[in-house]
Design a protein around this ligand. Structure first.
Ligand code: A2P
Length: 299
């Protein structure tokens, strides 16, 4: 009986019926994470970021995604304190950058992030990029050192969930073998670059996939198929991209400082892309890929 109730709740949770912009995904530790987040990369620190965070919260976003590398954690903290919501109503993510890998440096980087943010805890802390095999002979030790730091921060209650970004399965596996499965993997994911093998691996292991650049940083917005579908569903191309993410159970983190686009990027729950159209988007050849993981050698 309990199993049946759980099954119904899970299928409702994943179905479109109960989805609104406050809908969440379950994390492996039983907590939940919003299905759509506000990305802050490339917004200047201080007032611009603070104002963007306040506008995003007003528009309905509850997940705010930053990173030490974005150089705007101070502004994110200012925005969070000024937004009018209790801290507990927000889900705040930050990340440790690649130069700070290993146990000690990750710990120091975390404390520096917390000082800049001015927060008591993070909802999610991620390793921003893996040390890769082609660059570092000790890649496993570096990644495991960072992961040990994240596990300690998690055990101490400093962060409510831990995970990684840009980790392909071969980099995820050693962390998993070390006794704890990352709860989140944030990767480049958009029409034309869906990294299916990695997404399938993550989802089979209960890892929530987050899409960075779900609009391919605008590079996919001119694609003919996406424009055809936007006209068909009477939505913007951006909304088609973001809805496609959600229908793959991938959390989308679009970024914009434009008020209309901020609202538009949350308005994703009143339409559904058909299976046939989902398959057409899935079948798009590579398009709009950033090339960035070649730069940072994630593979
Ligand atoms: P802007 O800030 O001027 O709105 P991504 O999230 O894939 O990295 O893409 C971010 C880029 O996409 C930004 O340049 C942003 O520009 C633009 N963008 C965000 N939302 C939309 C939207 N709904 N329609 C068109 N462009 C958008």
């Amino acid at each position: 009986m309990i199993d049946l109730v759980t099954m119904i709740l899970v299928s409702l949770e994943y179905g479109s019926l109960v989805m609104d912009h406050f809908a969440t995904y379950p994390l492996l530790n039983g907590l939940t994470i919003p299905r759509v987040g506000f990305g802050t990369s490339q917004i200047a620190d201080g007032e611009p970021t603070a104002e963007a965070v306040i506008a995003a919260v007003k528009a309905g976003y509850r997940l705010i995604d930053t990173a030490a590398r974005y150089n705007n954690e101070t502004g994110v903290g200012m925005g969070i304190r000024a937004c009018g919501l209790d801290r507990s109503e927000l889900f705040v993510t930050s990340k440790v950058w690649g130069t700070e890998r290993g146990y000690e440096k990750t710990m120091v980087s975390f404390e520096a992030s917390m000082d800049r943010l001015g927060l008591d805890y993070l909802d999610l802390f991620l390793i921003h990029w893996p040390a890769c095999e082609s660059k570092y002979t000790d890649w496993k030790e570096q990644n495991l050192g960072s992961w040990r730091a994240l596990k300690e921060l998690y055990a101490a209650g400093r962060v409510k969930a831990i995970g990684v970004a840009n980790f392909m399965p071969k980099y995820l596996q050693p962390l998993m073998d070390d006794g704890m499965v990352p709860m989140v993997n944030q990767i480049e994911f958009h029409p034309g670059y869906m990294q299916k093998e990695c997404v399938d691996f993550c989802q089979a292991n209960g890892i929530v996939v987050e899409a960075w650049s779900p609009l391919g940083r605008r590079r996919v917005l001119d694609h003919p198929l996406l424009n055809e579908l936007a006209a068909k569903y009477e939505k913007s191309v951006a909304q088609v991209c973001l809805r496609w993410c959600l229908q793959h159970n991938v959390l989308a983190i679009p970024k914009t400082v434009n008020p209309e686009r901020l609202a538009q990027n949350l308005d994703l729950f009143g339409f559904e892309i058909t299976d046939v159209d989902m398959a057409r988007i899935d079948a798009m050849p590579e398009y709009g890929y950033s090339g960035i993981d070649r730069k940072f050698s994630a593979n």
